[in-house]
Ligand binder design. Structure first.
Ligand code: CAA
Length: 241
């Protein structure tokens, strides 16, 4: 039986690459999205996957999204918590909205979405939860106190949930991508981005498919002994211990 995967923020950027890869691996895949209907339509059309609309920062939306996926594809075996936003700005000029939007979408979403699938995974004694964190949750980044806090929080969540579910066949891991060539990274001011790339030993931005390859491994049948890990995929920019 094909596994069922839900990838939040799955219609663009890293998420879309993950959707494409899991689908190619034979899974039944749904891509979550919140606002960009055009990107969702092209994702559904080009990749032949289900798309489901909702705000991961909202518990009721997540309930509805998970229900829709279950109704169309079956019980959810693989959850990729990928949806994320930036509201960059130095802390001494950051407002409460910039702070709380990022915490809501990047971190509250872990509760909102994972809570919808954990009971079923525990009952069936098989599950894969993969959280897309960031290099900036590991090393910090000027202009990203909100984002760095949320992405670091994701790593703690990953470890605690991994412990709780280790005996139930449910693995929980985080991936910490570096700077990947997506719209989010292209929005970084040009001069800043140039200096960031200069600090990447591999000498270039990463690609979404490089993150998707690691997700595919963690989501697969052979990864049952990997849990609670944070895997850094950053071209050598930050070598976490
Ligand atoms: N050390 C200390 N402070 C510094 C600094 C440095 N090297 N460089 C900048 N700053 C601070 C200063 O405090 C300064 O504030 P004051 O003017 O009050 O002194 C301020 O930054 C500079 O202000 P600017 O007017 O030059 O810049 P800004 O406020 O318009 O923008 C920024 C600053 C928000 C940090 C901007 O440079 C930026 O967006 N940088 C990119 C941040 C980044 O890497 N984001 C990642 C997005 S991609 C992503 O998130 C994906 C992923 O997971 C990797």
């Amino acid at each position: 039986m094909a596994r069922v995967a839900l990838v939040t923020g799955g219609t663009r950027g890293i998420g879309r690459a993950i959707v494409q890869r899991l689908k190619a691996d034979g899974m039944k895949v749904a891509a979550g999205y919140s606002g960009n209907d055009a990107a969702a339509e092209s994702c559904a059309r080009d990749l032949g996957v289900m798309v489901v609309k909702g705000n991961v920062g909202n518990f009721a939306d997540c309930q509805q999204a998970a229900e829709a996926v279950r109704a169309e594809l079956g019980p959810i075996d693989v959850l990729v918590n990928n949806a994320g936003i930036t509201r960059d700005g130095v802390f001494h000029r950051m407002n409460a909205e910039q702070w709380s939007e990022v915490i809501r979408v990047n971190m509250d979403s872990l509760f909102n979405m994972t809570r919808q699938v954990i009971d079923g995974m525990r009952e069936r004694e098989w599950g894969r939860i993969i959280n897309i964190s960031s290099i900036n949750g590991q090393k910090g980044q000027i202009g990203q106190t909100n984002y760095s806090a949320a992405k670091a929080g994701m790593i703690g969540f990953t470890k605690a949930l991994a412990l709780e579910n280790a005996k139930k066949g449910v693995t929980v891991n985080a991936i910490a991508p570096g700077y990947i060539d997506t719209e989010m990274v292209q929005a970084v001011p040009e001069k800043v981005l140039e200096s960031i790339i200069a600090g990447i030993p591999v000498g270039r931005l990463g690609r979404g498919d490089e993150i998707a390859d690691m997700v595919a491994f963690l989501a697969g049948e052979h990864a049952g002994y990997v849990t609670g890990s944070t895997l850094s995929l950053n071209g050598g920019q930050y070598m976490a211990g």
